[in-house]
Design a binder for this molecule. Structure first.
Ligand SMILES: *Cc1c(COP(=O)(O)O)cnc(C)c1O
Length: 355
């Protein structure tokens, strides 16, 4: 039976990317060696790194003066590297969910942290709108897509100070004005590659301004200077990331990903709003196109386990909601085909007919 992978992360990758990765594991560039067993400093892998960086810059129209890094440690490591490298006295954070809160927690170890606004009291069902960003802070940190709660910033905010963004779960789903940020980072395992690599876009001249000592591995300067090769980088996930970037470009780049994301999300939200058995959990104006969260309507609450089984039996995978929201979460990342979204909608309609 065909499986439809709605997993929140690690998550769906384009079939071509998985196939190309599998081929390179067996024979990398016709070398007779596996990509798993060659030097990261050899010319074949250096070409992969160079192409991944070049495609990253091209697809996101990254201006001059920025570096693209591929590091280990996950987005969670960036929660600490960001303040380590950029927070001298004070930083501002928008608290829109668990990940934003974790980022804030780490920053507090380095200086004053101003929470400009929070939707914690409403279980993060919306993104706060009216807040003031302190103009004397070193940076303003946002989480552009809240993977757990299904809310998303619809574009780049205006800020009097440079921004830093966690774009783990919506990178490459829309054009980004990179010039508004000194740093954009994310774990690759939602929209780019298998887990194990973290992407970081960093503005070169924003680095090196804090007065503290920064350990080499946690210093962006080390990795900018070393071209992400200061130590052994996660070779295989970087290879897959390069393949995903090729795929994105071939599909029509980030503009086409943007169009598809809206198309898929509109289809599924329309069904959630139409079907009397389900309700969406996020405020309508902040609904994420990447992680679509919904629960059973109150009068059908006791059918939740039944629907999960019904949909799972029909090939839907990974739709169980995060424990802090409950219900269901359909993650519709870049690689998710429209046909899979339609298959989930068909399930919802058939289930409605049964009850
Ligand atoms: C998944 C996720 C993280 C955590 O990523 P790791 O790579 O596991 O550290 C952080 N932020 C957001 C928005 C996420 O979706």
């Amino acid at each position: 039976m065909k499986k439809h992978n709605f997993s929140a992360g690690p998550s769906i990758l384009p079939r071509e990317v998985i196939e190309e990765t599998a081929k390179a594991i067996l024979d990398f560039n016709g070398s007779g060696l596996s990509v798993l067993e060659v030097s990261h400093r050899g010319k074949d892998f250096q070409a992969v790194m160079d192409e991944a960086v070049a495609l990253f810059k091209e697809i996101l129209s990254i201006p001059e003066g920025y570096s693209v890094l591929f590091l280990g440690g996950g987005a969670s490591m960036q929660f600490c590297m960001v303040p380590y490298n950029f927070l001298e006295k004070k930083a501002a954070y928008l608290n829109t969910g668990v990940w934003a809160k974790k980022a804030m927690k780490e920053a507090k170890g380095f200086g004053e942290v101003v929470e400009v606004a929070s939707s914690a009291d409403a279980n993060y069902t919306f993104i706060p709108k009216d807040f003031t960003i302190p103009a004397d802070a070193d940076y303003f940190h946002v989480t552009t897509n809240n993977t757990i709660y299904g809310t998303e910033l619809k574009g780049d905010l205006d800020s009097p100070i440079p921004m830093v963004a966690d774009m783990s779960s919506d990178i490459f789903s829309r054009p980004v004005d990179v010039s508004k940020y000194i740093c954009i980072y994310g774990g690759a395992q939602k929209n780019l590659a298998p887990s194990g690599v973290t992407f970081v876009i960093v503005k070169d001249d924003a680095v090196g301004k804090v007065s503290r000592y920064i350990p080499s591995m946690l210093n962006y300067k080390t990795h900018i200077d070393g071209g992400s090769m200061f130590n052994t980088p996660p070779v295989l996930p970087i290879y897959s990331a390069m393949q995903t970037l090729r795929w994105i470009k071939a599909q029509g780049s980030v503009k086409e990903m943007d169009r598809r994301a809206t198309e898929k999300a509109d289809m599924l939200y329309a069904e959630i709003d139409r079907n009397k058995m389900f309700v969406g959990t996020a405020a309508k104006e902040d609904r994420s196109r990447m992680n679509i969260c919904f629960v059973m309507a109150p009068e059908y609450k006791d059918l939740e386990a039944d629907f999960l089984k019904f949909a799972t039996d029909k090939g839907m995978s990974g739709i169980k909601g995060h424990r802090s929201v409950g219900g269901f979460r359909a993650s519709c990342y870049n690689a998710m085909p429209k046909e899979s979204v339609q298959a989930l909608i068909d399930c919802m309609q058939e289930f409605e007919k049964l009850h």
